[in-house]
Design a protein around this ligand. Structure first.
Ligand code: C2E
Ligand code: MG
Length: 403
């Protein structure tokens, strides 16, 4: 049975749509706000989502942005319901990856036609997957992005890329202890392209190698600038992609950058996803040991979402594990997530690893993490990722999290 999630705060509108869909033999579920909508989208795996633009807590754009970043919901057909067909709203929705929009009030026929067109299109995509199936947007859009990326990198226009910096905070003291670098691509042709699209695309086209070289060098250069400016510089965590990691000269590249920018190794932390680490476990252990002998710290990112068995976890030379934001989101309302997060923190502690929780957005999430003795947090509750300029101001003012 085709499952449709309706995210709409106006109860009468929501109930009307749900009734209508049920009468058409759809399995229809409703959510009254954005948070609940995201949660149901992740737990119920709907075949299609109808989402009002102006909903409480998290608006429709933000719901779409979150869902497009998650593997399980990255390509679910998404239709906006909007009270006004302002061009700018529609355009923003489409740029974020919405598939269609309906202006309220719409007729029963308009709704069913839009749903049926999207479901048919989705069925065709599933039958004939694009060559890079892991990539999130539609094939045509992906080709446009791919061409733009190829041209940008081949023509050396790296000024279109920028590194942003998101602080990581010690939960007990409230002090900043590290910063994660996150790429932003301000394409002249396409506008802002999300890393959730950029990185898989760069991976699947091989463009990730020059891009990652630029990322690592930019972060090292920036760290040197902050040191030269007399700031209390924090270690920078750099996300390392799967192909970058298995390059034969990866360890030499890291060593050479540390030397070029005269950086003590503790200023650099390298983050690998659990999935990257598990691709070839013996090779992983070997490379990570070489990196650790340089003195850089190693983080396992997205801990809990991959397939590492606990035996391997003990063998991999790690310093830090990061719990994926999926578990943190709505932690105070979801006892299953709470149980899993508790277990993940305990595993980390038992293995003498520092545990960082990602995606902490609310005080209640923070309080739970503090009770569970989680070491550090990263998330919008303290700060969004910031430009190097804004992060430098934050560093200079020694801001902390005092809740
Ligand atoms: P990640 O490594 O898990 O990075 C954390 C992501 O969560 C970032 O998304 C960040 O902006 C977002 N985030 C931080 N706090 C919150 C929060 O409180 N709530 C929510 N909902 N999100 C939060 P971003 O910057 O879009 O990056 C997405 C992913 O793209 C990253 O996930 C990483 O896997 C990849 N990525 C980003 N920059 C780089 C890079 O320089 N190199 C490589 N290889 N991958 C990168
Ligand atoms: Mg990361």
């Amino acid at each position: 049975m085709t499952k449709i999630l309706v995210i709409e705060d106006e109860e009468s509108v929501r109930e009307n749509i749900l009734d209508l869909l049920e009468a058409e033999d759809f399995d229809a579920i409703g959510a009254a706000n954005g948070r609940l909508g995201i949660d149901l989208a992740l737990s119920e795996s709907p075949d299609l989502i109808l989402c009002d633009l102006m909903i409480p807590e998290i608006n429709g754009f933000a719901v779409l942005a979150v869902l497009r970043e998650k593997f399980t919901t990255s390509s679910v057909p998404f239709i906006f319901l909007t009270a006004r067909s302002a061009k700018v709203d529609v355009r923003q929705g489409m740029e974020l990856g919405a598939d269609d929009y309906l202006t309220k009030p719409f007729t029963r026929a308009e709704l069913l036609t839009a749903i049926s067109a999207r479901l048919k299109r989705q069925a065709a995509i599933i039958k004939n997957p694009p060559p890079h199936a892991e990539v999130k947007a539609h094939p045509k859009e992906m080709r446009v992005i791919e061409n733009a990326l190829r041209r940008t990198i081949q023509e050396g226009k790296f000024r279109e890329f920028q590194m942003y910096y998101q602080p990581i905070v010690d939960i007990k003291s409230g002090e900043m202890i590290a910063v994660e670098s996150l790429i932003r691509w301000w394409s002249h042709k396409l506008g802002l392209v999300s890393p959730a699209e950029l990185i898989p695309l760069a991976e699947s086209t091989g463009l990730i190698i020059p891009l990652s070289d630029w990322i690592l060098e930019t972060v090292c250069k920036q760290t040197r600038t902050w040191l030269d400016n007399g700031l209390d510089v924090l270690p920078s965590c750099v996300n390392i992609s799967a192909s970058q990691f298995i390059q034969p000269n990866f360890v030499e590249k890291v060593a050479s950058l540390l030397s070029t920018y005269n950086l003590a190794p503790h200023y650099l932390e390298l983050e690998f996803t659990e999935t990257t680490m598990m691709q070839d476990i013996n090779k992983t252990i070997d490379i990570l040991q070489q990196l650790k002998s340089l003195g850089v710290k190693i983080t396992m990112d997205d801990f809990g979402t991959g397939s590492s068995s606990l035996i391997y976890l003990k063998k991999i030379p790690l310093d830090i594990i990061k719990i994926d934001q999926y578990f943190i989101y709505n932690l105070s309302q979801d006892c299953q997530k709470l149980a899993i997060t508790k277990a993940l923190i305990q595993i980390g502690q038992n293995l003498n690893l520092k545990v960082v929780a990602k995606g902490v957005e609310t005080v209640s999430e923070l309080k739970i993490l503090r009770d569970l003795r989680c070491y550090a947090m990263q998330g919008y509750l303290f700060s969004q990722p910031l430009s190097s300029f804004d992060f430098e101001q934050m560093l200079a003012s020694k801001q902390g999290l005092h809740i």
